[in-house]
Design a protein around this ligand. Structure first.
Ligand SMILES: O=C(O)[C@H](O)COP(=O)(O)O
Length: 205
């Protein structure tokens, strides 16, 4: 057994609440989103977890979530690395559009393919595969070494950057990744084996 990797999607954002495609846009958390992030921190505290390092994206909803978690753990000043490699997928031309309006315009099935498929990008944006092409090397080079040396690592990021990471961690196929949905502010605690495979997974819903 080696270390622990905790993945958390940010709490509810202003644009999640308004049902808008967000991508690389940078809205803040709603009141509910702040509460979800604080509650994620309390759940991790109840598990007795302490982090050695934290990673988050270049977007404020993930950074604020990360800070709430560290504050709850009494680790407000922990080294925290911000990197755009962990940003949400770029939703391209869909950024800022209402998700129901998009379904009315392009059809339920097409919009679902853009949101959940592995390799079909939304117009002008990134597919999950494209997102993985920046998330996976960043994980391998910057995050995984901390876990494999026995560390406990927090990653506060986004629905699709984390879906891409989970796909690689768990060896999920392109067809199967369509079904994976991540709740806002729900920590997923992985223990990794020394060979980097997953030893255990706990979803703190
Ligand atoms: O960027 C967004 O709109 C959301 O954070 C994630 O959207 P999705 O549920 O369509 O992947």
């Amino acid at each position: 057994m080696s270390g622990t990797l905790v993945l958390v999607r940010h709490g509810q954002s202003e644009w999640n609440l308004k049902n808008l495609f967000t991508g690389w846009r940078d809205p803040g958390l709603t009141e509910q989103g702040h509460a979800e992030a604080k509650s994620a921190g309390e759940k991790l505290k109840a598990r007795g977890l302490k982090f050695d390092i934290a990673f988050t994206s270049a977007l404020s909803r993930a950074q604020t979530t990360c800070q709430h978690i560290l504050d709850a753990l009494g680790q407000s000043d922990l080294e925290t690395i911000r990197n755009a490699a962990l940003n949400e997928r770029d939703y391209g031309d869909l950024n800022g559009l209402n998700k129901d309006d998009a379904r009315a315009k392009w059809g339920e099935e097409q919009v679902h393919i853009w949101r959940r498929s592995y390799d079909t990008p939304p117009p002008g944006g990134e597919s999950l595969k494209d997102t993985g092409a920046r998330v996976w090397p960043y994980y391998m080079h910057d995050m995984q070494p901390h876990v494999l040396s026995g560390g406990t690592v927090l990653v506060a990021a986004h629905g699709n950057s984390l879906r891409a990471l989970i796909m690689a961690l768990e060896g999920i196929s392109g067809p199967d990744i369509v079904k994976l949905e991540l709740g806002t502010g729900v920590p997923i605690v992985y223990k990794l084996n020394a060979d980097s495979t997953v030893a255990s997974k706990d979803v703190l819903a």
